[in-house]
Ligand binder design. Structure first.
Ligand SMILES: Cc1cc2nc3c(=O)[nH]c(=O)nc-3n(C[C@H](O)[C@H](O)[C@H](O)COP(=O)(O)O)c2cc1C
Length: 210
């Protein structure tokens, strides 16, 4: 039977941060690959894609993360835990995207040199701006993963409740890379009930027109 896919409106309206995962339902590697392959179409500055994804499947590693992620039970219950990483240096060479721009004729070699220099000296000269670069881009990937998962019938839960330095130790993550968020992936535990969805700030509250 072909499962009906949600259109984007249904998908956005029904996506929830699913706090309870069924530990008996595994997530296949094929499905995880489908989710990631779709999600990487997310936009990024210069198409630099300054991100990496750690797919944590082993119980032992998830236990280690759980202990440094406020003991959140979903880290153990969900069959797959993703760590979304952002590279604060991702706009620099040797990122191969710069050469691709030249190869595709999207930019000249001189243009590329100018953009890289401008990025280093004007756009992202401080650590704060470099972290913003890594966090903003990798957060778009994270959201894209959560929507892609929902599209394929898989539930997700984002988390920022963790001790970043300890998570970096567990996975040997270098200093210039941030752990943007963790995402649990799997299937809802049907024996549980989600809390009601909280309201969102309205258009009138958040949009200022100029
Ligand atoms: C970046 C980010 C970090 C979050 N961190 C946590 C977390 O550590 N633990 C948790 O239970 N929920 C976490 N949440 C889930 C939010 O509480 C949830 O998305 C919000 O209440 C809205 O609910 P909904 O996603 O079901 O619409 C996080 C969400 C985001 C986007």
């Amino acid at each position: 039977m072909v499962e009906k896919k949600l259109d984007f409106k249904e998908l956005a309206e029904t996506r929830r941060s699913v706090n309870f995962f069924d530990p008996t339902k595994p997530l296949s590697d094929e499905l995880l690959k489908d989710i990631i392959d779709l999600a990487v179409l997310a936009p990024s500055a210069f198409n630099a894609q300054p991100w990496q994804v750690l797919a944590v499947k082993s119980k032992e590693k998830r236990q280690e993360v759980h202990d440094k992620a406020c003991n959140q039970p979903k880290v153990l219950d969900a069959p797959v835990l993703l760590a979304i990483l952002g590279d604060t240096t991702g706009f620099k060479r040797p990122n191969p995207i710069w050469d691709e721009k030249v190869r595709l004729g999207n930019a000249s070699a001189a243009d590329v040199e100018n953009i890289v220099n401008f990025s280093e000296n004007v756009l992202f000269p401080t650590e704060l701006r470099q972290v913003a670069f890594a966090a903003s881009n990798s957060s778009l990937l994270a959201m894209s993963i959560m929507y892609a998962a929902k599209y394929y019938g898989v539930e997700a839960h984002p988390m920022i409740g963790f001790d970043e330095s300890k998570i970096k130790e567990i996975f040997n993550i270098p200093d210039h890379v941030i752990v943007t968020m963790l995402i649990c992936l799997g299937y809802f535990d049907e024996t549980k009930t989600l809390r009601p969805r909280e309201t969102r700030f309205t258009y009138e509250k958040i949009v200022k027109s100029f």
